[in-house]
Design a protein around this ligand. Structure first.
Ligand code: HEC
Length: 160
């Protein structure tokens, strides 16, 4: 009986741990924020090449207030969400392009103390609601830092 119980425990632990890890990003522990799909649009974007994606960048009310008032750096509590879809030709109108299947949801959370080492931002990339691996999360800050250090590591500007 003891052996059976021990075997059960060993089998159950990894399942529990991986479920906990999956919806929060490695390194940063960022999760997809509740209600993000109702946030306001900051700007759309389009990446050509192999990504060939349409994106929508949304922000929570703290982020939107900072955009409107031109506040930099963004205050703690600001959250940015980037939603991406494959860009597909419309079947209903030639020349129009529409979102195909959703590829990633990416999140940046401002907490200047917790994420001091990465410009005050915590990063998370999710596919179907699950965080991608650690190696991908090691790339986030480096690219944002290399290109938009002077805009608090944020690429997106407010679309009028
Ligand atoms: C090679 C460069 C590069 C890497 C690596 C990268 N990003 Fe970005 N990121 C961009 C660019 C360029 C944009 C501007 C919007 C767009 O292209 O859709 C962006 C935009 C964003 C935005 C919207 C806010 C903003 O800065 O405009 C979030 C959120 C984001 N990235 C999260 C992440 C996360 C999370 C990772 C790591 C898993 C990551 N990024 C890695 C280039 C990068």
């Amino acid at each position: 009986m003891l052996c059976v119980a021990a075997a059960c425990a060993v089998a159950l632990i990894p399942i529990t741990l991986s479920a906990v890890e999956d919806d929060s990003s490695p390194i940063f522990g960022v999760r997809i924020p509740v209600g993000y799909r109702q946030w306001e649009l900051i700007a759309p974007s389009h990446e050509t090449g192999s990504f060939n994606e349409l994106r929508g960048i949304l922000g929570n009310p703290i982020a939107l207030k900072a955009y409107r008032e031109g506040t930099l750096p963004f205050p703690d509590g600001a959250i940015l969400a980037k939603l991406a879809w494959k860009r597909e030709p419309s079947t209903e109108f030639p020349g129009a392009f529409v979102p195909g299947h959703a590829t990633t949801v990416q999140i940046m959370v401002k907490d200047s103390r917790k994420y001091e080492a990465t410009g005050g931002w915590g990063f998370g990339r999710f596919i179907d609601g699950m965080a991608v691996d650690r190696a991908q999360h090691e790339t986030c800050f480096a690219c944002h830092q290399a290109n938009v250090k002077d805009h608090d590591y944020v690429f997106t500007r407010f679309a009028p």
